[in-house]
Ligand binder design. Structure first.
Ligand code: NAD
Length: 333
């Protein structure tokens, strides 16, 4: 069985190449992304394997269906880049890896906050240049602060528990709350507005859906405490970047840590160090001393990559053997 594998990185080859069952599949690794323009390259394939910035819209799926592709296998949890409804109509199954390592993402969110607050990135650069001055490196104790967790699914819950370990008060908001879990960990559910108003730090852990698009906008950011910190390790389009820049310029927000960016497609995951950055809003964000950006790397641990490869290979072999996909991995089905 041939699998067309898109947006391939060296670590994908490494981890898929050592997963049991990988040798039962013929891999066609492509470094470019899958979209309606490139879909013709899956002509030989029964399945396509994609990541967060491939764009599998209806036009792309129609081409895949004509080529007899039967499965879209996402190497990630979020599936906002696949038109699941169109896939269902065209008879193409969609599988994902719903929980490869929620710890990886939650731990990265906390790492971003600690780095930004205690200015570790700036201190590291200074010390390497033998500048041992402490001016401008003042942070704050996390202990005693209020952290607002938006979305208490797999990742949000782990992040909330880690923050409890720092001695913070943790507020949470989710349309499907988990009261037993909250009680056990001393976490308080509240409405979103109340969470924004009361939190010193707001961390986003919701999927990108029509009703979460620009969840942080001029209005919701204005509700936040002056000096609040925002962390987003979820999806870039949860935040209206123009509103975020406005709140940073006015000083209303104290700090912003992002692992994802609204227009990251075509920028993140690649080396652009030799060219002129064309995205003016990203360029502006990079000028703020109180903004820290990583390039969608929250998932990047050995454990997560191993699990992504294991689940994906099992699902591909299930397709080949006419067996059901792993529990919980199918979306829209
Ligand atoms: P999950 O499905 O387990 O949890 C999502 C939670 O959000 C659910 O409890 C849901 O009820 C809640 N939710 C939905 N709409 C909401 C709203 N309007 N307000 C508040 N809560 C809402 O998902 P997860 O595994 O915790 O992952 C969360 C997101 O993290 C994913 O959708 C993905 O976009 C992102 N992610 C990012 C990376 C990365 O590398 N940066 C890696 C994995 C996942």
């Amino acid at each position: 069985m041939t699998i067309a594998f898109y947006d391939t990185k060296a670590y994908d080859r490494e981890f898929f190449g050592r997963t049991p069952g990988h040798d039962q599949v013929e891999w066609q690794f492509h470094e470019f992304r899958l979209n309606a323009t490139t879909a013709g390259t899956a002509a030989e394939a029964r399945a396509v394997c994609i990541f967060v910035n491939d764009r599998v819209d209806r036009a792309c799926l129609e081409i895949l269906a004509r080529q007899k592709v039967k499965l879209v296998a996402l190497r990630c949890a979020g599936f906002n880049n696949v038109d699941v409804k169109a896939a269902g109509e065209l008879g193409i199954a969609v599988v994902r890896v719903p929980a490869y390592s929620p710890h990886a993402v939650a731990e990265h969110a906390v790492a971003l906050l600690l780095t930004l607050n205690r200015k570790i990135h700036r201190a590291h650069n200074r010390v390497r240049e033998h500048n041992f001055s402490l001016s401008g490196l003042v942070g704050f104790d996390l202990h005693g602060k209020t952290v607002g967790i938006v979305g208490t699914g797999k990742i949000g819950r782990i992040a909330a528990q880690i923050f409890r370990g720092f001695g913070t008060r943790v507020l949470a908001s989710d349309p499907f709350p988990a009261p037993d879990w909250a009680k056990k960990h001393g976490i308080e559910y509240t409405g979103l507005s109340e969470l924004f108003r009361a939190s010193d730090i707001v961390s986003l852990h919701v999927p990108l859906l029509p009703d979460t698009h620009h969840l942080l906008n001029d209005r919701s950011i204005a509700e936040m405490k002056p000096g609040a910190y925002v962390i987003n390790t979820s999806r870039g389009k949860l935040i209206d970047t123009t509103a975020l820049i406005g709140a940073l310029k006015s000083g209303h927000l104290g700090g912003v840590a992002l692992d994802v960016y609204e227009e990251e497609e075509g920028i993140f995951f690649e080396d652009h160090s030799g060219s002129v950055l064309q995205d003016d809003e990203l360029s502006r964000l990079l000028t703020f001393p109180n903004v820290l950006i990583t390039s969608h790397q929250a998932f990047l641990t050995r454990e997560a990559l191993g699990e992504i490869a294991r689940v994906t290979v099992q699902n591909l072999l299930a397709l080949d053997g006419g067996k059901p996909f792993l529990d919980g991995t199918i979306v829209g089905g």
